[in-house]
Write a protein that binds this ligand. Sequence first.
Ligand code: EPZ
Length: 432
Amino acid sequence: MTKYVIKGGRPLQGEITVSGAKNAAVAIIPAALMIDGVCRIENIPQISDVTMLLKILEQMGAKIRTVNKHTVDIDCTGVVTHEATFDTMRRIRASYYLIGALLGRFGKASVAMPGGCNFGGARPIDQHIKGFTAMGAAMDVRNGIVFAETPGRVQGASIYFDINSVGATINIMLAATLAEGRTVIENAAREPHVVDLANFLNSMGADIRGAGTDVIKIKGVKKLTGGFYSIIPDQIEAGTYMAAVAGTGGEVLIKNVIPKHLDCISGKLREMGVEVEDMADAVVVRRRGPLLKTTIKTLPYPGFPTDMQPQISTVLCLADGTSVVTDSVFESRFKYVDELAKMGAQIQVSGRTAIIEGIDRLTGAPVKAGDLRAGAALVIAGLCAGGTTEIEGVNYLERGYEDLVLKLRALGADITEVFVPDDPIVAEREAV
Ligand code: EPZ
């Protein structure tokens, strides 16, 4: 096990390149299961969620060839099983996309219930089940496994989601791609990674229209051929570095972004007194003056992303005045606040809302990440704080941030990853 050790209080200066989008990659890799041939995926991020999903596909009989650090060839023609019940499935949330992909290809699926970040509150899949049921699948959940089966091919259907769900939109899109007939998804999620999956599938022979709007129409096709596709840059990784320099001060060029995807983040940072300059495929973020308070409410895209809520709340700890942050997407995504309090943060949480009193300085402390974006928030806090911060839970960060230490060191941060020997007391207790 390792931890990050950060000596904070230094402004970030320099440039970094954003990697491929995690939440696009974890949808596109399962989609490869439906392709009759080899697909080459470029700009794939080197993160543990991707490694885990590629391993799951290999366990199912897929052939995976690493072309280079960010390019893989996936050939699922040899996959004959509709079952994915390995333990590895429980370690990531996106494993449930295998239900849609296997239903589309085989008309049936047995898939272990997902794991992934448990930042508090339920993460149900009732909308996924509603969609698959509408498409003719008999659904059941037993012993932590989701069973889905149709008499033949899955059928196209009209589905209206009760709530805006990225996962359900993606899962139904996957199954509908090879369904018999047409599917219409209403109240669909509009996130960039939903659009990226649709573009990937269409490049392989699918017929999907309207991705990026709240109505997506899919005409089922008989088969998908191979091809190649490059994943979009990660909106949340870019936003995380934007928040980091907003907190520490300094100036950073963030390359390989789609500025349009960052509008919701850039707009809020500008309200906070941060300068954000859009370029063709990059943004420059600089902060010299004081941070200003603001009010933030997370919303589905194109609103302010919930995946940026912990990071921006951390920066607001250093703003002049009182800020209010409401997460309207997840019912309780503020577990990280207890860790920030160890660093002197003044945050009061009530339900979906955090009231943040700005202070002059955070102070370094030993803290623990409980999920991916909470970990990102604690790294930002450590970069801003006076003194040394030690962060446990590095495994969460590695799920979604490629080369985090390398990229931050390139910006002048004093951050190192150090090995943590097993705690002798715990080891002794386990030995008994
Ligand atoms: C995806 O999770 C992302 N994960 C999350 O990113 C992100 O926070 C979330 O979308 C919202 O943008 C991946 O893409 C792998 P939802 P997902 O279904 O699909 C409720 C990260 O940090 N809901 O859009 O699970 C749900 O409880 C991760 O990268 C139901 O009630 O999110 C939540 O309140 C964390 N029933 C809301 O909808 C359902 O069937 C939005 O969830 C499905 C969802």
